[in-house]
Design a protein around this ligand. Sequence first.
Ligand code: GUN
Length: 283
Amino acid sequence: MTARLIDGNALSRQIRAEVAERAAALTARGTTPGLAVIVVGDNPASAVYVRNKVKACQDNGLHSVMEAYPATMSEAELLARVEALNVDPTIHGILVQLPLPPHIDAHKVIETISPLKDVDGFHVASAGALMVGQEAFRPCTPYGCMKMLESIGCDPRGKHAVVIGRSNIVGKPMAMLLLAANATVTICHSATPDLAHHTRQADIIVAAVGRRNVLTADMVKPGAVVIDVGMNRNDEGKLCGDVDFAGVAEVAGAITPVPGGVGPMTITMLLVNTIEAAERAAG
Ligand code: GUN
């Protein structure tokens, strides 16, 4: 392997230590930062994510409450819970784990979260603020990717960044953050006819599709920085990303592994956003 490894665990430890300091300072001033996590139904992946989020809060001095509801919960009941948390002074961040059961309109739920507590950055007010360059909460995964670039001294200014994927959670906000950092940004997706044509020109590639081997060595310019947001299982059931890691690591200048790359950074940036929300609330 020739590429530099961007270690998400090491960077997370460093940022979480700063979070813990800020949490302790706020607590000393009488405000313990609080995160509420709501999960509806029994999606096994959601259960793991939610447990990890709650544990990360506990480990770093944040107060967290986890509310788990059966898949039969009605949309009205969920909206009422969110509204109650919006006015709960001990809660500074609200996260409703996605996906929600099909009878619940996820958009409606997200729009009910107060933008002041929208630590996922999924509310249209947060997305709009990102679009027009105003201060708001940045979605945690793309925010974590930007921190990873920063950690290796990769300034996107003037660089060509290619984002593969256009989800509201990762692809679109990722493109906006790179644009705000003065990159020239191309967004590729399932209807892009010749993906390799675009990725071969990229200085920075972010793969966020949710499919193995979307990016292979022949698609990467030597020295490019590759960020892998994917979380997939290979044929042996082992966790892997969207990038053919072994191949691409021989061509890229820097690369994030899976596991141990973007994954821990997503939770870390959730803690950062929650601290931010609590600091704003405390004035
Ligand atoms: N489901 C998968 N990723 C996420 C996330 O970052 N936030 C929420 N709320 N749900 C998710």
